[in-house]
Design a protein around this ligand. Structure first.
Ligand SMILES: C[S@@+](CC[C@H](N)C(=O)[O-])C[C@H]1O[C@@H](n2cnc3c(N)ncnc32)[C@H](O)[C@@H]1O
Length: 207
């Protein structure tokens, strides 16, 4: 069934079920945020791509209490839940409704901001593989030296055929190679299990 991110009922149900759907979810989100190579007190700037109801942003703000986070999502409904859940940190947050399937999303970011980290969880797999590669290049341009891009997402197993036109799911090996070709360093798949992986890399420079 296709996702209905603009439907209040669908989004409400997804948020209700979201934390329960995977017993390893909390651990994976902690591992994702743990890839940022900055000191905990630094006022880092982070982009949560496909932020949804804010589970990744909450972890970022817990680990980096002085962080400023841009929560970007194509669904205004999802961001409504994010705003409510993250109300305690409102002064450190910007919410942007934007679709990263088109390069126009770059113009929706606050004032030419560069980021110490761009993190994403379970969002980019919805994007077709050609566009995914272009998106990874755009993310690379947004990173400060030493900045990190990490994605915890669904991936296709090497022996699995493409599932369907809406979910082409490149393999993690493909995606790691794309990141290396773009110029990311220390690229790795940090964790992988049945059809899900945590992978990413860094822009060279001081950390
Ligand atoms: C499965 S939810 C994950 C939300 C959150 N990152 C998490 O881990 O719980 C996927 C989110 O990605 C957003 N999304 C999917 N494709 C998108 C796109 N092309 N541009 C912006 N947001 C997108 C959806 O609106 C949705 O909120």
């Amino acid at each position: 069934m296709p996702h209905e991110w603009d439907s209040p009922e669908y989004v409400h149900q997804w948020v209700e079920d979201g934390d329960k759907s995977d017993p390893q979810r909390a651990e994976q989100i902690t591992a994702l945020v743990g890839l940022i190579r900055r000191s905990p007190e630094e006022p880092i700037e982070v982009l949560d791509l496909g932020a949804g109801y804010g589970i990744v942003t909450r972890e970022i703000l817990t680990a980096y209490p002085n962080a400023q986070v841009v929560c970007l999502d194509g669904s205004a409904e999802m961001l409504k839940h994010g705003k409510a859940r993250l109300a305690d940190w409102r002064d450190q947050l910007s919410f942007v409704v934007s679709n990263f399937d088109s390069p126009n999303w770059l113009a929706t970011l606050p004032d030419n901001r560069q980021f110490d980290a761009v993190l994403s969880s379970r969002a980019i797999h919805h994007t077709v593989d050609d566009r995914k590669q272009a998106l990874y290049e755009e993310i690379f341009q947004l990173l400060k030296p030493g900045g990190c891009f990490a994605n915890h997402d669904f991936v296709r197993k090497p022996d699995e055929s493409v599932r369907d036109i809406d979910n082409p799911f490149g393999t993690v090996e493909d995606q790691v190679a794309w990141l290396e070709n773009i110029g990311f360093v220390d690229v790795e798949c940090f964790w992988q299990t049945e059809g899900r992986a945590l992978f990413g890399g860094y822009k060279s420079g001081p950390t």
